[in-house]
Design a protein around this ligand. Structure first.
Ligand code: GKR
Ligand code: MG
Length: 429
């Protein structure tokens, strides 16, 4: 048996502490699900990957895990082909398109790709360990030695309702001064130099005031506002006009390619998206109509690191910019994001990351973020090591959970604050 042959695949669903961050749908729950994937080869080389951990990802992940032993970690093309056949019955998804959420369409294909991405990253990590090469070398070699990230600002409460979850020391941020204080703290602790505010929470004028306050506090810093599609075309245009001198881009101001195209036609502020272009099928219409100027890629739902490079090539062809979307994630994904970002020649903007909001990790050392940057590791694989005790602890939390946190549900968390809350229909304003 070849030393690169996969002998064992381990799946560990975990629940990770998450602060009470607000978005247009509601509030983050005290814990969020992630799935950690490990592969081990006959030669004793291990690799790790991470993806969404909600229930619907687990059954297809188990199926894929069953099929991998006996195959080589170098066979990532075959892995993606296998993933394409994964059954997703019981997930409520068919092969048709269902719109909604904070991350665009939910399709069976996107779910399969999100599952496959963690296995792809784990295989590349293991291959890197076997060859003594960093993942970026397997992707063609890095073109930068650090990757810059943006501070991800959220309106938030100081504590979860009923003091649930793990406390932190960030305090609340429920108005413009609160947002500025949070930005100062993030800049102090991590050295961020660009800022993204998660919007769609307060009426647009209040969010405009918060961005203005950020511009006054950090003159010349790149600023972004992302209401996750909560606004009408008219509101999007008004906000774009009011903030045109300070915005680097406006992210998903409105929902759907049609509405984004209508906004893009009337403003010079670039529009970015992680909602209307999240699958290949959405690219032709969005690009040819000029609906988006920046795609925020996400290696999880685009199907891994190599598929992210394919996306980068398509964006380059159409003159569309590329940066990176984030969702609550651990250090494994931050390391993977950094490796892939390091090889994209034309990465146009700083990348998003939720990492500062995660006080817990499953690594022996947190991925260092300083001067707003993560140094690209040249160590074999992703350059990270699992802390087995931490992984076991977060898995135990998942096992002992009564089901409340196994599926992310921001509206359910919000109902604890606002009885009867339902994720508002878009456009909301
Ligand atoms: O963490 O609340 C959140 C974000 O709203 C996240 O779910 C989005 O997917 O960060 C994302 C975005 O840029 O839209
Ligand atoms: Mg977004």
């Amino acid at each position: 048996m070849d030393r690169l042959t996969i002998e064992e695949v381990r799946l560990t669903p975990v629940l990770v502490a998450d602060p009470p961050l607000l978005n247009t749908q509601g509030l983050h729950q005290p814990y969020t699900p992630r799935l950690v994937v490990e592969v081990r080869t006959a030669g004793g080389h291990s690799g790790v990957g991470e993806t969404y951990g909600d229930t619907k990802y687990l059954a297809p992940a188990r199926k894929l895990a069953e099929r991998l032993p006996g195959r080589s970690v170098r066979d990532v093309n075959a892995l993606l082909a296998m993933a394409g056949e994964l059954p997703v019955s019981g997930t409520g998804l068919s092969d048709s398109v269902d719109v909604g959420g904070l991350r665009g369409v939910q399709t069976a294909e996107k779910l399969r790709l999100s599952v496959a991405s963690a296995f792809e990253v784990a295989c590349l990590d293991a291959l890197g360990h076997a060859l003594g090469e960093p993942v970026h070398a397997l992707l063609g070699g890095r073109v930068r030695d650090t990757v810059e990230y943006a501070a991800y600002l959220f309106y938030r409460h100081a504590r979860h309702p009923d003091d649930a979850g793990e406390p932190d020391d960030w305090g609340d941020a429920l108005d413009a001064p609160g947002v500025v204080a949070q930005a100062r703290l993030l800049a102090e602790r991590y050295g961020f130099r660009s800022f993204k505010l998660k919007g769609g929470v307060l009426p647009p004028d209040e969010e405009v005031a918060a961005v203005r306050a950020l511009a006054a506090e950090f003159p010349g810093s790149p600023l972004r506002l992302d209401p996750n599609g909560a606004w009408t075309v008219a509101t999007s245009l008004r906000v774009a006009d009011e903030l045109r001198d300070v915005l680097e881009y406006l992210e998903d101001p409105t929902s759907g390619t049609e509405a984004m195209a209508a906004v893009a036609a009337e403003t010079r502020v670039p529009l970015a998206t992680n909602m209307c272009v999240t699958t290949r099928g959405e690219i032709p219409e969005a690009f040819t109509r000029g609906a988006v100027q920046v795609v925020l890629s996400d290696h999880h739902y685009w199907g891994g690191l190599r598929r992210t490079l394919e996306l980068a090539a398509v964006c380059r062809t159409f003159g569309v910019g590329l940066a990176m979307h984030s969702n609550t994630h651990l250090g494994i994904s931050l390391a993977a994001m950094t490796q892939v970002a390091s090889v994209v020649p034309d990465l146009h903007h700083t990348c998003d990351t939720h990492y500062p909001w995660q006080s817990e990790d499953v690594l022996t050392a947190r991925v260092p973020l300083a001067s707003g940057r993560v140094r690209v590791s040249d160590a074999p694989g992703l350059g990270v090591a699992l802390d087995r005790d931490a992984l076991a602890r977060l898995h135990r939390r998942w096992r002992e959970d009564d089901g409340t946190h196994r599926d992310r549900d921001d509206a359910a968390a919000m109902r604890r604050l606002v009885p009867g809350w339902d994720a508002p229909a878009v456009p909301r304003w």
